[in-house]
Design a protein around this ligand. Structure first.
Ligand code: ZN
Length: 561
C-alpha cells in the first residue's frame, strides 16, 4: 500500500516545531480492525434508529424513544453511566401522522409533498380552488402593508400556492462521490497553508454569502411572518410551497415561530407537482386541490435530551475523551445519513473498544445530541453545563481530552480537523496514519471559534478541542441531506465500517497518551465570537417559501455537503 507518511513527517519536521513521536499501539489497532470488520453492529443500529424510531424530530416522542433505546443498547454492550441528560428546548414536540394531497380538477392525480414542521392540521379533508400568489422579491414597509391588504381577500377559502415556481437547472457536471486522494491530502496536511474557505469542490456547492441588509427593505424573515399572518387572518385553508429541487426531492424544515397558531397548514410540494399546477392556473384554467393533514403536538417535548453512556477510565478516569453525533433529524424521511449513521458509527467505535477489552486510562464517553437541526442546541447546552468556556471554565474544562463528531453522511472518513495548535493536529495525524489504506489521509487544525454546521463547533466555540471529521460526499449534499430520500438504503456499510475502525483507534489513542491534546496557550487562544454564531429557532435565511435550512454550511474544517 502506497504511503505518504515518511514524506509528510519530514515536511512537518522542517516547517513546524518537531513533536515527539506518538506511541501507536499496533497490536490493539489490529484487534480493532478485526472486531470492526467481522462483528460490526452498525447496520442493526441504523435499522432501529431509522426504520423503528425515525423520523427523530427534536421534541418528538420518536427522538426520545431512539435516545432511550441507544442508552439501553450501549448498556447491553457493557457501557456504564448510561442516561438521558435533559435540556430546555422550549417548544412542544411535533409529528406528522398523515398526509395526502390530490389534484381533483381539471384532472385527477395524486400529489407528492411533505408537511412543514410545527404547522397545524387541516380540518379533515379540505377541497378548494387553488390560487397562485407570487410576492415581490423584496418590500419596503409601506409596500408590504399595501401588498398584504391587496392579497388578503384573494386567499379566503383557498389553497394558496406561494411563490414563483422554480425552474431547476439540469446538473451537467455531477460533483464527485468520492474525494480525490491528492485533494484530501492537501486539505488535511498541517504543512499546507489552510485556505480560508472550504475546499473548491465543496465551495462550489455552498450558497453565496448573504448580501448586506438594505435598511430600506423589510428583512426576509419579517416578510415571511407577515405572509403567514396574512394567510391566517385571511382564512386560507392550506399553503403550498415549491420544494424547488429536482427529481422529486423535498426538504421540509419548520415554521420558524414553532407556533402552529401562527401559520395555516403548510405543505412543501415536489417541484414537478407545483410546476404542473402553476402552469395550468397560468392557462386561466381553475384547479381544485384536496389535502388531508394530521399533525400532533407533544407538550412534553419542551424538554429534550442528550443520550450519554461511557466506558470508565482507569488511572485518569476524571479526564474524558468524547465521541458522538446528533440523533435528532428532520421529518420528511427517517434521517439515515443525517444523522443516524453518525450515531451508529460512534456507538460502534466505542463498542469495538469495549469488545476488544481495552482498559482506557481516560473515560471514553459517547454523546448523541438532540436539537442539532434547530441550532446545535443539545451540544451547546452540554458544553455550557459541563465545561463552561475558556473565559469562564468549569472544573471539567481542563480534564477534557477531545470530542470526535460525525455528521456528513455515509461516506468514509478521509481526515480530521481539530480546534487547537499544530501539535494537536500532528497527534491526530499520527493516530490516523495506520489507517491510510481505509481512506484516512491526515489531520489538520482550525482556529475558528465560530459555531455552526455541526456539534463539534459547540466545543470549538468554548475553546475546547472539537474534532470535525471530513468524509467522502457520496450523495449527501446532492440527494440525502435533509431530504425525503434520507433512508436506510442510502447507507454504504463498507464505508461506515472503515470509519468506525479508524475512530475507535484514534479515540483509544487519545484515551491512553500521557497528556490531553495540546491546547492554545493564553496568547494563542482566539477570542470568543462576539455574538452567538449559530441560528437558533429559525434565525437562518428564511426564504419566502419558508423552507428554511437549519444546518448552515460550515467552516472549512469540515464538509457539511
Ligand atoms: Zn446533521
Amino acid at each position: 500500500m502506497f504511503r505518504m507518511l515518511t514524506a509528510s513527517a519530514v515536511t512537518l519536521a522542517v516547517t513546524a516545531s518537531p513533536a515527539p513521536a506518538e506511541r501507536i499501539d499496533h497490536e490493539i489497532n489490529a484487534r480493532i480492525r478485526e472486531e470492526g470488520r467481522e462483528r460490526s453492529q452498525i447496520m442493526p443500529t441504523v435499522h432501529v434508529l431509522t426504520d423503528v424510531y425515525g423520523p427523530r424530530l427534536t421534541g418528538s416522542p420518536n427522538h426520545k424513544a431512539a435516545a432511550e433505546w441507544a442508552v439501553k443498547r450501549m448498556t447491553e454492550w457493557g457501557f456504564e453511566n448510561g442516561h438521558l441528560e435533559p435540556w430546555d428546548f422550549n417548544h412542544p414536540g411535533w409529528l406528522n401522522e398523515r398526509f395526502s394531497g390530490f389534484i381533483v380538477s381539471p384532472v385527477k392525480d395524486s400529489l407528492v409533498g411533505e408537511v412543514l414542521a410545527w404547522t397545524p392540521s387541516t380540518n379533515g379533508a379540505v377541497t378548494a380552488d387553488a390560487v397562485h400568489v407570487v410576492p415581490p422579491s423584496s418590500f419596503t414597509k409601506e409596500e408590504l402593508a399595501a401588498w398584504v391588504e391587496e392579497t388578503r381577500p384573494k386567499v379566503k377559502g383557498r389553497i394558496v400556492l406561494m411563490g414563483r415556481h422554480v425552474i431547476v437547472p439540469v446538473t451537467i457536471v455531477k460533483p464527485p462521490l468520492r474525494r480525490d486522494y491528492d485533494e484530501v491530502r492537501r486539505q488535511f496536511d498541517p504543512a499546507t497553508p489552510i485556505p480560508a474557505g472550504p475546499p473548491p469542490t465543496v465551495a462550489a456547492q455552498l450558497p453565496a454569502a448573504p448580501l448586506p441588509a438594505d435598511p430600506t427593505r423589510v428583512p426576509a424573515r419579517a416578510v415571511a411572518e407577515a405572509i403567514d399572518a396574512m394567510l391566517v387572518s385571511g382564512g386560507a385553508l392550506v399553503r403550498v410551497n415549491d420544494a424547488a429541487r429536482d427529481h422529486g426531492q423535498i426538504r421540509a424544515f419548520n415554521n420558524s415561530t414553532f407556533d402552529p397558531a401562527r401559520t395555516v397548514p403548510t405543505v412543501v410540494l415536489r417541484n414537478e407537482d407545483f410546476g404542473r399546477i402553476s402552469r395550468i392556473l397560468a392557462d386561466g384554467t381553475p384547479v381544485k386541490l384536496e389535502f388531508t393533514i394530521v399533525n400532533r403536538l407533544y407538550p412534553e417535548g419542551r424538554t429534550s435530551y442528550n443520550a450519554i453512556a461511557e466506558i470508565p477510565g482507569s488511572d485518569k478516569r476524571d479526564e474524558v475523551v468524547m465521541l458522538g453525533g446528533h440523533l435528532d433529524s428532520w421529518h420528511s424521511a427517517t434521517g439515515a445519513t443525517d444523522n443516524a449513521i453518525g450515531c451508529a458509527v460512534m456507538m460502534e467505535a466505542a463498542r469495538i473498544l469495549k469488545s476488544v477489552g481495552v482498559r482506557p486510562r481516560r473515560t471514553i464517553r459517547v454523546a448523541l445530541w438532540g436539537g442539532e437541526e434547530q441550532g446545535l442546541l443539545g451540544s451547546k447546552a452540554y458544553v455550557r453545563q459541563h465545561f463552561g468556556t475558556y473565559e469562564a471554565p468549569k472544573p471539567e474544562f481542563d480534564r477534557f481530552a477531545g470530542y470526535f463528531n460525525m455528521d456528513t453522511g455515509t461516506g468514509r472518513i478521509r481526515g480530521a480537523s481539530v480546534f487547537g495548535p499544530p501539535a494537536a493536529g500532528g497527534i491526530l495525524r499520527e493516530a490516523f496514519t495506520p489507517f491510510e489504506d481505509l481512506g484516512l489521509v491526515g489531520a489538520t487544525t482550525t482556529r475558528s471559534r465560530r459555531s455552526g454546521g455541526t456539534d463539534s463547533t459547540s466545543f470549538n466555540e468554548a475553546g475546547l478541542p472539537g474534532i470535525g471529521l471530513g468524509q467522502d460526499p457520496i450523495e449527501y449534499g446532492t440527494y440525502t441531506w435533509h431530504t425525503n430520500l434520507d433512508t436506510y438504503e442510502r447507507i454504504i456499510e463498507e464505508d461506515t465500517k472503515k470509519s468506525a475502525v479508524a475512530i475507535a483507534a484514534a479515540v483509544y489513542h487519545l484515551a491512553m497518551r500521557d497528556e490531553v491534546l495540546p491546547r492554545f496557550s493564553q496568547e494563542e487562544m482566539p477570542p470568543p465570537p462576539a455574538a452567538p454564531t449559530v441560528s437558533t429557532g429559525g434565525d437562518g435565511p428564511t426564504d419566502q417559501r419558508g423552507n428554511r435550512p437549519a444546518d448552515q454550511p460550515i467552516n472549512g474544517s469540515q464538509q457539511k455537503e
